[in-house]
Design a protein around this ligand. Structure first.
Ligand SMILES: [Zn+2]
Length: 70
């Protein structure tokens, strides 16, 4: 129920094209991805493709490649 804060670490997914880096999304090791677009939040799971609003580079995030084995 109220377990979603349990040991989860939020990781910033950024594009390094500028300083400070452009934040694309925030995800955690449970596979939950939170994307902020303008004033709205979107939730995705597992995989996400995003385009940097600054340089136009396409990024693919696949959390299963980053998560350590349980
Ligand atoms: Zn960029």
């Amino acid at each position: 129920m109220g377990d979603r804060e349990h040991e989860s670490v939020s990781i910033r997914w950024v594009c390094d094209c500028s300083r400070p880096p452009i934040l694309l999304a925030i995800y955690d090791d449970s596979g939950r991805i939170e994307i902020k677009v303008r004033d709205r939040y979107y939730i995705a799971r597992g995989r996400l493709q995003a385009t940097c609003p600054r340089c136009g580079t396409r990024h693919l995030l696949d959390i299963h490649q980053h998560a350590p084995p349980a």
